[in-house]
Design a protein around this ligand. Sequence first.
Ligand code: UDP
Length: 452
Amino acid sequence: MENQPETTVRRHRRIIMFPLPFQGHINPMFQLANLLYSKGFSITILHTNFNAPKISNYPHFTFKSILDNDPEKRRFLLADFAQDFIHTQDHADALRHELKLLLASEKDEPVSCLITDALWHFTQSVADSLNLPRLVLRTTSVHSTIVYSSIPLLHARGYFTLDDSHSEEQVVEFPLLKVKDVKKIGIKSTKDLYAELIGNMVKQTKASSGIIWNSFKELEETELDRVPDDFPVPRFLILFPKYFKASSSSLQEQDQTIFPWLDQQPTKSVVYVSFGSLSQVEEKEFLEIAHGLVYSKQPFLWVVRMGFVKNSTWLESLPEGFPGERGRVVEWAPQHEVLAHEATGVFWTHSGWNSTMESICEGVPMICSSFWGDQPLDARYMSDVSRVGVYLENGLQREDIASVIRRILVDEEGEEIRERAQVLKQKADESVMKGGASSESVETLVDYISSL
Ligand code: UDP
């Protein structure tokens, strides 16, 4: 289904897009950009110097660096980022200046709209001041969007400050969730920076001209019906990884040397392990993962990013002789291609939303871990609603890890989950076919943007 962007079409309208500069936000924005380009729009990407995209991979787009700053400054946490980028009037002024130039440009096509990451909430008032419609790309699920919009309510009901004795209790307002799931979002008080960021994001998403999710109706139909009435904006659910793989927007070199090794592994035998671009573990947890993988006796491919282990550079704390014959450890993988490989049997993921969507698109069942933000919500959804994953929700212990891997890959008990993953993949395939919900959403979005 993957399209090649069409380069010969005569283009009449331009879309300006502004991704948040983190891998999990850049990937879906570029997938959307490729999709809109393939539908005949010209694309201008605004980007920061920090985590700047690989411009040479996109000769068909125009790029403009704005806002920053010191590209070397490391910002692992969204909160650092919020502090740096989101709280100053200077950024709004800089963006307004840039947009004015782009809107006035006579050599470019007229601009239809601005599409920004939902977290760039300050862009709404800038767009309003220029009468430029702004659409929002929300890089999480519809379900998480609804939970996030209820954070003030959850806070008022005291969930974020309940002690651990309440962890397993149900959240009355969201019966799917346990107290520990909402606590893991990471909000301490409605006054902390992260809560303020989310509050502003929700407010300015409601004020936008439309919201786009990387998801599909067949997955989140019930959630779509639950989107509160105070989100009165057009909604689009598009299954991005079915249209374009995320590899071309990878910020890090993806290790391609793994494929000859993968080719030699039995069908659906390999555990692919990756916890995304930001999460970190303690050394103790790192060792539990390593031992759990060995105990499982299954082949494994493990992505260990530089800095993944707190207070450690890379692999120094691994036991001698690890990974042995059965495993491979790489710094960064061509993830979607690994998931699509016939040797891959299960994805042990941190439940980042892009990773989750990529796994669904390839019919790979998941072992779900989670660290913070929307991840605990996604992990719960995959395990309890879609039932294509098993949530490893009580920490990382080697025996549990080995047992859950064998349960999904080897035991008869895993048959049902493997089958459900295939059925969901089938639904995903159908959604992007002509007449399918994702395909119709693409057409509606194109018509909508053309009408602006
Ligand atoms: N990814 C990758 N190689 C890796 C690990 C991850 O290309 O070794 C990509 C993955 O395909 C996904 C993105 O990085 O598109 C991670 O996004 P996600 O939302 O899953 O997690 P985040 O990094 O935002 O926590």
